[in-house]
Write a new protein. Sequence first.
Lengths: 105, 165
Amino acid sequence: MLNHYLGLGAILFTVGVTGVLVRRNVIVIFMSIELMLNAVNLTILAFSRHLAGLGQVSEAMTGHGLVILVMTVAAAEAAVGLAIVIAIYRRRETVNIEEINLLKW
Amino acid sequence: MEKYLFYIFGSLAVLTALLVITRKNPVSSALFLVVCLFCLAALYVLLGAHFVAAAQVLVYAGAIMVLFLFVIMLLDLRHNDIDVPGRNVALKAAGVFLAGGVLFLVGREAAMFELSSAGEIPEGFGTVEAVARLLFTDYLLPFELASVLLLAAIVVAVVIAKREL
């Protein structure tokens, strides 16, 4: 059963990576990043469940704590990233990532 | 029973994830991502992580995705001519090829694991009490640092999005 959860996490992570690489709308890129973070959460919880099944419960709960902290960081990152998108849109009137290229050499 | 629930929610999660990255309208993408997060919460319940599943629905689907939708509405992104299908076909083909390659490598490594099926879930696994005991005794410092991080994120978000400093 662990293999199935890990495979599903890998598929979701790959879908997220494809979304980041292929799409040009900044908001959709952010959503693909959130998808990647959720795939990682699923992997962590699958391993935690497997470890609990082997009998080590207190070490397995570490995974749950890590997932809570990952969710916290994802929330903070989404807030800051969307604030940056709003600031850029106010100046440049675009959310196309190919036009937000001032830092490109 | 658990196997059928896993396949149902897993396939629904993958389907909605694919729909997230292929829709032209960003509002559609956001709503499909909400459905995907709900499916993932159901999978977390199957893994015995009850508190994390509730936190996922409350925080991820209930706060972060609402923030995404607010920003999409605020910026009024109705003009979906950014990702016109048919442009950058080579880029999309490269993306799919990369995805397939990563999946193949991961699957080949994962198939080498011959793990026995998981045992019974012990009592009190995944409850609020177990997570709280961990976060308030062993990992108190990361917990407090996470609250400082959230404070910093709030200040940063307000300052960056202000019209005039």
